[in-house]
Design a protein around this ligand. Structure first.
Ligand code: VAH
Length: 311
């Protein structure tokens, strides 16, 4: 059976739905600190669970005989700047809980998400390589860089089968994201349909690596199902699909909503975005486990507008 921590979050929600479709609802236990999403609670086993509590996680792991954990609970970049110590404790405490359970032989496989936030202001911005300068300047990025080091350490030292990808900004319609710097790329679609305009908290030429959620979920499951011997990276794989600026998203939306207008009012999140790459070299993910994105910006826009209209 599989346990998902942070199952009610932006990635966790869609990961739970997909894994339940694939393996059957009873085999996928969703958990979160609160019952954020009652569809998940109704469609299969759900546990209220604090990802920073080792004992609580161990109880659930033993009770359901869990063998795989997806740790999707975390505090994202913007919120983490406001509460650095809470972010560090949640992001690292939860990771140590899962790595130690695996080290004790209670789990056979672990997924842990990293992020393009591991890169910093002096990292090469275009086609950012898998191995390069990494001096993250955000609390969140520092926690992801430290997390990657610990994942590789537990793999090499204790043989823990932990796998990870550096997600770009993710665009989804099923749940609102919480506290991210790339969240503008989700909010803009909601606002376009609701008000016909959007005030963007990043400036118009901020180019960031982005991905549609269906691609991110497929990448996650594909990595987890790959034979261990194919994997040459045990910190975290670069993962790319597209890069765009807020003005490019606006143009893509205007193909469907011609009167849509965007304005720009950069806030503290501009500095966070400026420290991140513009595009990612994910050659290794393509080579080691056949990664291939499916959605470009215009296809993402169609998906977002179609599904949000219906919602
Ligand atoms: C954030 N969505 O904005 C997350 C992600 C690369 C961005 O880490 O913090």
């Amino acid at each position: 059976p599989i346990l998902i921590l942070g199952a009610c979050g932006q990635i966790g929600t869609e990961l739970t739905v997909e894994l339940r479709k694939k393996y059957g609802s009873e085999c996928v236990i969703a958990s979160d600190i609160r019952e954020g999403n009652n569809d998940l609670v109704k469609s299969g086993p759900f546990e209220l669970l604090d990802a920073t509590s080792y004992g609580a996680i161990e109880d659930v792991v033993m009770h359901y005989e869990i063998d795989e954990v997806y740790l999707m609970a975390a505090m994202l970049s913007a919120t983490a700047e406001k509460f650095p110590m809470r972010a560090w404790n949640l992001n690292m405490g939860s990771l140590f809980n899962i790595l130690n359970l695996a080290r004790e032989g209670k789990l056979s496989k672990v997924f842990w998400p990293s992020s393009i936030a591991v890169f910093g202001p002096n990292t090469p911005k275009e086609d950012t390589p898998q191995n390069t300068i990494m001096e993250p300047s955000t609390v969140y990025g520092i926690s992801k860089q430290a997390g990657e080091r610990w994942c590789e350490y537990y793999f090499k030292k204790f043989g823990v089968d932990v796998r990870s990808v550096r997600y770009p900004g993710l665009i989804s319609w099923k749940t609102m994201p919480g506290g991210g710097t790339t969240d503008y790329a989700v909010e803009i679609y909601h606002e376009a349909l609701k008000n016909g305009n959007y005030q963007c908290f990043l400036n118009e030429e901020t180019k960031l690596p982005m991905m549609y959620m269906d691609d991110a979920i497929r990448a996650t499951i594909s990595l987890m199902e790959s034979p261990a011997e194919n994997l040459t990276i045990r910190s975290s794989y670069n993962l790319g699909s597209m890069s765009f600026t807020p003005s490019e998203v606006a143009k893509s939306i205007q193909k469907h909503i011609p009167d849509f207008s965007i304005s720009y009012a950069p806030d503290f999140r501009q500095q966070i975005a400026d420290s991140w790459p513009s595009s990612i070299d994910d050659t290794l993910a393509r080579k080691d486990w056949g990664w291939q994105p499916n959605f470009n910006l215009d296809q993402t826009t169609v998906e977002m507008l179609e599904n949000l209209k219906r919602d």
